[in-house]
Design a protein around this ligand. Sequence first.
Ligand code: RB5
Length: 152
Amino acid sequence: MKIAIGADHGGYQLKNVLVPFIQSLGYEIEDVGCSCEQSVDYPDYALPVAELVASGKADRGILICGTGIGMSIAANKHPGIRCALVHDMFSAQATRDHNDTNVLAMGERIIGPGVAQEIVRIWLTTPFSNGERHVGRINKVMQLEKRFNAQK
Ligand code: RB5
């Protein structure tokens, strides 16, 4: 299973912690950057991760910025992406179980590396429930995406 990961300068240090952690769990990593703490723009890293996931070239994506907010907003603009901003273990489990999210966003300035690692572990290993009501709600969300794209 391949995980695409990206961060801006606000998430660079946490990305450096998470890359070897995710590899130690047995996943392959595709790191789209950034590669230093110089100021960069989060959409420039959200887009390649979203593209890798939406195209099927990566199975899941993980995005980190200072708050995770910019990354989650940017990723959710991409067709086919369901990105959850998560800073606690319950949400990590629930968003896989209920929303079948394919991208996870976190904020390095909000949580420490230990909590982030546990969130990632839970989010990567929790399957989608496939529950009828959850499938129906996700389909409604994806229909909205189709409707707004058709209006362009
Ligand atoms: C960068 O200073 C910061 O704005 C960014 O990392 C992120 O938190 C945006 O949502």
